[in-house]
Ligand binder design. Structure first.
Ligand SMILES: C[S@@+](CC[C@H](N)C(=O)[O-])C[C@H]1O[C@@H](n2cnc3c(N)ncnc32)[C@H](O)[C@@H]1O
Length: 204
């Protein structure tokens, strides 16, 4: 089994998924505010995909929005998906993102703290552009582990994770190389040597 998924499976079993959700909540709130302020996506009927949804808390928030037609959360950890399904709100599937085959398109693809766990990040970008996003659909991701955010650099060994450490420039370059338009980024929640969540959004 993938070492990252194994680690998060354990987290979901002993309740650390809840703590993680609460640690991410301010940055996710900011991500949703960016979607609201900079796009019209929440103002017309929309579909939403959360890649690496953990215990599904973002999907539960999104389904409260009046224009939400469909919200799907996927995660490779069975225990995360079991926790997500307990609330009976939203659709959840256990899928390894490395092998994900899109069977429909979305208006918004969101991901918090997941992309750097992938061995082949470009493969997922390629699939998102080709099969995952509607025209003018957006991809928006939040990342806490990146080169400039020095307090995050030991997470691989500290938490038994296999992760890729990219710079802000390299993350943005991925959006641009895969053809995204209007690519923007910001750092949210900077404090002392913590540089903040790197949030990047691009339009297909
Ligand atoms: C740091 S957690 C973030 C969870 C959620 N987005 C949140 O903010 O609470 C990363 C999640 O990505 C999932 N993940 C990691 N690698 C994955 C892969 N290859 N396929 C599917 N899910 C994966 C883990 O199981 C975990 O739930």
């Amino acid at each position: 089994m993938n070492i990252n998924i194994k680690t998060f499976d354990e987290w979901a079993q002993d309740g650390r998924d809840e703590k993680m959700a609460s640690n991410h909540s301010k940055s996710v709130k900011r991500i949703l505010a960016i979607i609201n302020q900079k796009t019209n996506k929440f103002k017309t009927p929309f579909s939403f995909l959360d890649l690496g949804c953990g215990n599904g808390w973002v999907i539960r928030e999104i389904t409260k929005k009046s224009k939400c037609e469909y919200a799907l959360g996927i995660d490779g950890s069975s225990n995360m998906i079991n926790n997500a399904k307990k609330n009976k709100i939203g659709v959840f599937k256990k899928i390894d993102l490395e092998n994900y085959k899109f069977d429909r398109k979305f208006d918004i693809i969101f991901s918090m703290e997941t992309f750097y766990y992938l061995k082949n990040i470009d493969k997922l970008f390629k699939k998102i552009v080709k099969d995952g996003l509607n025209n003018n659909g957006i991809l928006i991701i939040g990342i806490d582990h990146y080169k400039e955010n020095t307090p995050s650099l030991n997470w691989g060994s500290d938490y038994n994770l296999d992760i890729s450490t990219l710079s802000t420039h390299k993350w943005k370059e991925k959006f641009l190389l895969h053809g995204f338009k209007n690519v923007e980024h910001e750092y949210y929640g900077a404090k002392e040597d913590w540089k903040g969540t790197l949030i990047i959004m691009g339009q297909r």
